[in-house]
Design a protein around this ligand. Structure first.
Ligand code: HEM
Length: 423
């Protein structure tokens, strides 16, 4: 029985094809998986059979439990954790690049056909540095990524060791490099990015259970409805046995450098220009980001303090210019992008325009890989659905100087490493 991809899905009552989809889909697509500690391995295949054997062994290992679990298993783990605190299992995810499909000898007509995916990140018009200047392991041709994450470092390390063993046992699989990240938090326990702002709060929701939770246990959905249809995040996996029931998502991996010092300097300069003094100076940063550091939306009040829970039910309708940096002088502080027109939908474009400004001044890509470009539709639905992870252990230094952020976005339809079903 086919299911409606244009609507969110109730996973608890999913039946027929929808149930098969959840049993075959990887976790961390329809709902983000906890991954305070994350390692991403970048692989090259030199033997198609060896590469295939490795992928198969992740869900059917020679001994022990499968490392790659299904989306439904993940959702059941989350439910059990909420009910009685039972800890879930670590997250393992896999993505294959366009070149990876060929290296695995997947027939051309079944390779996902998205243009940006086929072109690859090295050819994306994103104003990135030349690939020759990327970190060495991103310069090579990458065939696949394996992601291993958990709430704690111990379980992540154990599963990572098991993945390493499978890679060693597989013929013709080479590790080109790895990236490690761990989550950053503020004193309220909320996840933050390197400039110190709460991040990862505004997320598209694809499951009716999550949408109901947002309505009933958070600040509601009357001003901003985070509900999105499944087709914003999953696509039929054309290389899987039954693409009507086997789905995947495009996955984007970007490594960005945040110049924290410069951001703070620009924030101060903006506050000076706007004559914002004392505690009010914080408003300059909020005008750039749309929220105060603790997540308080700028449109809801003129100071921070509204963070329990961090609100998400807001829009920019009260703002005549429809953007976070409404005050006219702040608008001139923006760089390349026009201030979006007022509408309740302006939130996505507002962030995009902030990003446009911030990237020029303080936030720049260092080593993008794998993916193609994203469209604004993709940004709306998927980007930032992974909170940023810092790639160094020393967060205090990073807050003062540079921070490197890895952002991995499942679901950007215009991009990169297509995930496999568990074939
Ligand atoms: C270093 C780079 C970036 C930083 C520091 C950053 C930071 C933030 C922060 C602090 C928020 C507000 C928290 C929230 O609403 O959850 C946010 C929201 C958002 N970001 Fe980013 N971001 C970055 C890059 C990106 C990229 C690359 C994309 C898309 C490709 C993106 C898309 C979004 C979207 C769609 C929102 C939600 C806007 C809303 O609903 O109001 N961001 N980001």
């Amino acid at each position: 029985m086919p299911f409606d991809l244009t609507q969110p899905l109730s996973w608890e009552s999913a039946a027929g094809d929808a149930a098969v989809m959840l049993d075959e889909l990887q976790p961390n697509i329809v709902k983000a998986h906890t991954r305070e500690f994350l390692t991403v391995l970048f692989l090259k295949f030199t033997d198609p059979a060896g590469g295939r054997a490795l992928l198969k062994s992740l869900s059917q290992p020679p001994a022990g439990a499968p490392l790659l679990k299904a989306a439904r298993t993940h959702l059941m783990e989350v439910k059990a954790f909420k009910a009685n605190g039972t800890k879930g299992t670590p997250y393992v995810g896999v993505g294959i690049t366009r070149h990876g499909y060929t290296a695995l000898q997947v027939p051309d007509p079944t390779i996902p056909q998205d243009g940006s995916f086929l072109a690859g990140m090295k050819n994306a018009a994103l104003n990135d540095p030349a690939p020759a200047n990327w970190d060495p392991h991103f310069r090579d041709v990458i065939d696949a990524v394996i992601l291993v994450g958990d709430q704690m470092s111990g379980p992540r390390n154990r599963v990572l060791a098991a993945v390493h063993q499978l890679i060693q046992a597989a013929h013709g699989v080479q590790i080109l490099g790895e990236e490690k990240g761990h989550g950053l938090h503020n004193k309220n326990g909320d996840g933050i990015e390197h400039f110190g702002y709460v991040d990862g709060r505004s997320q598209p929701l694809f499951l009716t259970e999550e949408i109901n939770d947002e309505r009933l246990t958070a600040d509601g959905t009357s001003n901003w409805d985070p509900a999105f249809g499944l087709n914003r995040v999953i696509v039929p996996d054309t290389a899987a046995p039954d693409p009507t029931r086997h789905f995947g998502s495009y996955f984007v991996f970007r490594k960005l450098e945040q110049n924290v010092k410069l951001f703070k300097k620009q924030e101060k300069a903006l506050a000076k220009r706007l004559h914002l003094r004392g505690d009010d100076a914080e408003r300059a940063g909020a005008m750039l980001v749309g929220r105060f550091e603790d997540g308080t939306p700028l449109t809801t009040q003129f100071a921070d303090g509204n963070h329990h829970p961090v609100p998400n039910d807001f829009n920019y309708d009260s703002d005549p210019n429809g953007a976070p940096s409404v005050r006219s002088s702040a608008i001139s502080a923006r760089s390349t992008r026009a201030v979006p027109a007022a509408s309740s939908r302006s939130r996505a474009s507002a962030c995009t325009s902030w990003r446009g400004a911030a990237r020029l001044t303080a936030c720049a890509p260092t080593s993008p890989m794998t993916a193609g470009s994203t469209t604004s539709r993709a940004r709306m639905s998927a980007c930032c659905s992974w909170p940023s992870m810092q790639t160094s252990r020393s967060s205090s230094n990073l807050r003062k100087g540079h921070g490197q952020t890895i952002r991995a976005f499942p679901g950007c339809p215009q991009a990169p490493a297509a995930p496999v079903s568990t074939w």
